[in-house]
Design a protein around this ligand. Structure first.
Ligand code: FES
Length: 610
């Protein structure tokens, strides 16, 4: 029998076991260490770089020779998805490869999630019942229902998850109880005075955020975020759909990993708030359409193929236990409607939080990611208006992917760049030594290079500038030399990086332009320009305007609102009216499929230049 090989993963200090057929990426995943893996382990993205500290690995593959420079190969760098241990090994995972510590944007900015009309859909009813005796032989459920009816409520019912515990709870609580009631169903039985809690969840492609809310006063009791554990199976939804389509088992893994991580996060938040997980009586979950489907365990094959059809677009109500989410046994999960295959419930939630349907003037609202969802609301009078939404493939550049030295927003990522009189100033997350560029950093670098004339209008790096090195692919600009970085290698911006930013900003700008054209207004009519999401929180708006990603309107019309989708998820728990509004938003949206819009390609090509 073959001996199991030991794989030590540093600096995280985890140990895994492997045989000679197990890749280092597999080992890392098996012990919960998450590495960047844009291509899902196919060997072409180069993001899963690790360094061999000791031991023997399988011979270099062609993919590794293509993805890693000769110098770095000499220094022991390998691709984790391509290399397999042939002995016990010790591996160093550099910060740009580790995905566990990325910066998370939890809070929305500038508004209170507890609005007028606090009216959660789950209500509490307190009861003090008489114990049964030989002349009062009503069943336990009938006793509860009659007790409620005597307080004026309508007839209720209870389902199996509640009935299983009801008799014991009534007796152990001396017939004094607090019920959680959803419409006409008893969904939870608790000791008198128990706090009823809601859980709001925003699941992004790379991050998830969760909020515990007090259903009696709307207060947020605890909040926290983690990396979406599906990241190790592919960084964008397209890779994950491809992974899920490989086998039924894979699809189940994506569902299980997501729910497992959510349960861990919820347990942590409950500990922070001093409540038990079974006090959670309702859960709202928002995410893009692919994440929504993977969370519910729905098929995603049809989402990955034209015409990209969602399995369900209506709102969904399912028992939390059916999905595996730990909560009160009778608790439900509410997920608002999806708009289309690439405009999901998270966008609805963001639009809800921004109060877009109540606006009196034209508003653009967008959430930038691998796919950027863009909406334009144009009031038409008498409290109504047109709401158009589209999705554009802006690519993963703003997540740091497909960029030579790109990385997620983690310590050591350059997030700000200024070029002043030839001197380059940078700021990194956590003030750590620079090891790469996150989305806001690469956007800044490109905008600054253009501002000081290092780039021409087509995005070519000029030849005669200090720090420019010629390459056969259009040159590269050394942003931080090796001696000043955390990993001892130059951090550079090359022609391909600039091109990636051009493609991303061109797609976003073209999406905006098409919506403006369809409503017959010009960008000067945009009164408010809402930018949501983590990347949108940190990007420099002036630079985004400078490179043409956003139209040139007064900077004070831009509003960076943080995690508005998370705020919307809380509203969905706290107010029935807000829930109705979410449904209204989804009904009112005119979804625009950009690829079928006659003029899209021309607008896109025009938007590529600086
Ligand atoms: Fe390893 Fe892509 S090259 S995950």
């Amino acid at each position: 029998m073959k001996r199991k090989l030991i794989v030590d993963l540093e600096p995280v200090g985890r140990r895994g076991e492997a045989n000679e057929d197990t890749s280092l990426l597999d080992v890392a995943q098996s012990v919960g260490v998450e590495m960047a893996s844009v291509c899902g382990g196919e060997g072409w993205c180069g993001k899963c770089r690790v360094r061999l500290i000791s031991g023997i690995l399988s011979p270099l593959t062609e993919d590794e020779k293509n993805a890693i420079s000769r110098d770095d190969i000499q220094s022991g760098y390998r691709l984790a998805c391509q290399s397999k241990p042939l002995s016990d090994v010790k591996i160093d995972i550099p910060p740009e490869t580790l995905t566990t510590t990325q910066r998370l944007q939890l809070e929305g900015v500038g508004s209170d999630p507890y609005r007028d009309g606090f009216d959660p859909i789950v209500k509490s009813i307190d009861l003090q019942l008489n114990a049964p005796h030989l002349e009062d032989l009503e069943s336990d459920l009938t006793r509860v229902c009659n007790g409620i009816n005597s307080s004026g409520a309508t007839t209720l019912h209870a389902d199996l998850p509640v009935l299983r515990n009801l008799s014991h709870q009534l007796r152990s609580q001396a017939w004094s109880l607090r019920l959680a009631v959803f419409q006409d169903e008893i969904i939870g039985v608790f000791p008198s005075g128990s706090l009823l809690v809601g859980l709001a969840v925003d699941i992004g492609t790379t991050k998830m955020a969760a909020y515990l809310v007090n259903l009696e006063n709307g207060e947020t009791l605890a909040k926290g975020g983690l990396t979406n554990p599906q990241v190790v199976y592919g960084e964008d939804v397209v890779s994950r759909i491809a992974f899920a389509n490989q086998s039924e088992e894979n699809r189940k893994i994506l569902q299980y990993k997501l729910v497992e991580r959510l349960n861990e996060l919820t347990a942590y938040l409950c500990g922070q708030a001093g409540v038990k997980q079974d006090q959670i009586v309702e859960v709202s979950v928002v995410g893009n359409t692919a994440i929504h489907h993977l969370f519910l365990g729905l098929p995603v094959r049809q989402l990955g193929e034209a015409p990209y059809i969602a399995a369900v677009s209506n709102s969904v109500h399912v028992r939390a236990s059916d999905v595996g989410v730990f909560a009160s046994p009778g608790a439900y999960i509410y997920m608002p409607p999806n708009i289309a295959g690439f405009v999901g419930a998270d966008h609805v939630s963001m639009l809800l939080a921004s109060g877009i349907l109540a606006k009196q003037k034209a508003v653009v609202a967008l959430d930038i990611g691998t796919n950027t969802e863009i909406s334009l609301y144009v009031p038409t009078g008498a409290g109504s208006g047109r709401l158009l939404s589209c999705s554009c493939a802006s690519g993963p550049a703003f997540e740091g992917a497909h960029i030579h030295d790109g990385m997620r927003a983690m310590p050591g990522a350059i997030e700000k760049v200024q070029i002043h009189e030839g001197a380059i100033r940078i700021h990194t997350i956590g003030d750590a030594l620079p090891v790469g560029l996150c989305g806001s950093g690469i956007l800044d670098a490109v905008a600054e290079m253009r501002r000081v004339g290092f780039l021409d209008s087509a995005g070519r790096i000029k030849k005669d500038i200090p720090g420019m090195r010629p390459t056969k692919n259009g040159g590269e600009f050394v942003l931080v030399p090796a001696g000043k970085t955390g990993h001892g290698r130059d951090v550079i911006v090359n022609r391909k990086d600039v091109n990636e930013i051009q493609l991303a900003k061109g797609a976003i700008r073209a999406g905006i332009e098409v919506l403006l054209t369809l409503t017959g207004i010009s960008y000067e009519d945009i009164d408010e320009f809402i930018i949501a999401g983590a990347f949108g929180t940190y990007l420099d708006v002036e630079n985004a305007v400078r490179i043409g990603m956003f139209p040139s309107i007064s900077l004070n019309r831009f509003k960076q609102v943080g995690n508005a989708a998370g705020m919307g998820a809380r509203l969905l728990l706290l107010s029935q009216k807000e829930r109705e509004k979410a449904e209204q938003i989804a009904r009112q949206v005119e979804y625009i499929e950009l690829t079928t819009h006659l003029n899209f390609t021309n607008v896109y090509v025009d938007a590529l230049n600086f």
